[in-house]
Write a protein that binds this ligand. Structure first.
Ligand SMILES: [Zn+2]
Ligand SMILES: [Zn+2]
Length: 329
């Protein structure tokens, strides 16, 4: 089994937009502001970070002031998320919060933790629930595939108009082999088939071709995070520890924008945590000076140098030159 955060990205080497544009775009979409409270007169200050180009690793996230150890740097809502197959009847279908099953729960139904989540899920669920996904799900389940579910959800969001077809384009894509693309063609065929059979017109599905599907999957492959909830309680932490040992601890997978711009370090100054749902929390592990780059660790930092280098090279396509690796630790 791959260690945690494996589906993270590698250093970004293509920069479609200027720093300024990138920075202002993120802050307008990702901050600690709670959307529900937008009308409040006092707005929280923007997060103490900016996205800039680095000399060697593409885009990076930098502190704009001193950040204290343990400080919550910012939160981020996902661009797209989906529960893992094993969690589908245990967590909210929208926010991945652990949700007790109601007494009238029926298999093949999905759960929502609140009316608010049910409401927000309309953006994809109204489209999704009209279709029969059994073949698509069986295909992914037998092959152990999790990322097609994210692509399916994004496709439903695009059809219902809450997301644009190019919403992941800003992220770095993985390089795909011809074998990967032919596997994706099969998935796409099942995805399109399910939507067409539900009565979708060709015009609504124009975007849903192999270029779109492969482009989305290429980005998901290296930018998706495995979500493991820490929970607020001691019991939650114990359950997580037990789950990590016994089986799959991840409640789902999600792709974010700003968190995808954090570069990797084997001795990171920041980390990403999930408490009770899919909202990501970026926190400082130690004091970070103004101007310093914020980095997270994409892999299990307890591995030795060779194991880390192998994983980063095979999984993310780069050689790590962080101070820890350079000192042969
Ligand atoms: Zn929810
Ligand atoms: Zn390193």
């Amino acid at each position: 089994m791959l260690p945690l955060h494996l589906s993270r990205h590698f250093a970004h080497r293509c920069f479609p937009r200027s720093n300024l544009l990138l920075t202002s775009y993120f802050f307008s979409t990702t901050s600690t502001t709670d959307d529900r409270h937008e009308s409040k007169p006092s707005q929280p200050s923007p997060p103490p970070i900016q996205v800039l180009l680095t000399e060697s690793a593409g885009r990076g996230v930098f502190a704009t002031r001193t950040i204290e150890p343990g400080e919550l740097i910012h939160t981020a809502k996902p661009l797209v998320s989906h529960p893992s197959i094993s969690s589908i009847d245990k967590v909210c279908y929208f926010c991945l919060n652990n949700t007790p099953q109601p007494s009238d729960f029926q298999p093949h139904k999905v759960l929502f933790c609140s009316e608010e989540c049910r409401e927000q899920a309309k953006g994809f669920y109204e489209v999704e629930k009209e279709a029969d996904w059994s073949e698509f799900v069986a295909h992914c389940r037998t092959r152990g595939l999790k990322y097609p579910f994210l692509a399916k959800r994004l496709a439903c969001m695009v059809i219902s108009g809450v997301a644009s077809a190019d919403s992941l384009d800003i992220l770095q894509p993985a390089r795909l082999s011809p074998e990967m693309i032919s596997q994706m063609e099969e998935e796409l065929c099942l995805l399109r088939g399910a939507l067409e059979d539900s009565g979708m017109k060709g015009k609504q599905l124009t975007f849903l071709n192999i270029e779109w599907y492969a482009g989305v999957l290429a980005r998901i492959r290296i930018n998706a995070f495995r979500i493991e909830l820490a929970g607020n309680t001691y019991e939650g932490l114990l359950a997580l520890a037990a789950a990590s040992v016994e089986s799959e601890a991840a409640v789902g997978n999600a792709v974010y924008m700003l968190p995808s711009f954090y570069n990797h370090d084997c001795d990171p100054n920041s980390h990403i945590v999930w408490v009770e749902n899919v909202e990501a929390r970026l926190k400082a592990l130690r004091e970070i000076e103004a101007g310093e780059e914020l980095r997270i660790c994409y892999i299990d930092a307890s591995m030795d140098r060779d194991a880390r280098q192998n994983l980063l090279s095979n999984g993310f396509g780069f050689e790590c030159n962080c101070p820890r690796c350079m000192s042969n630790d």
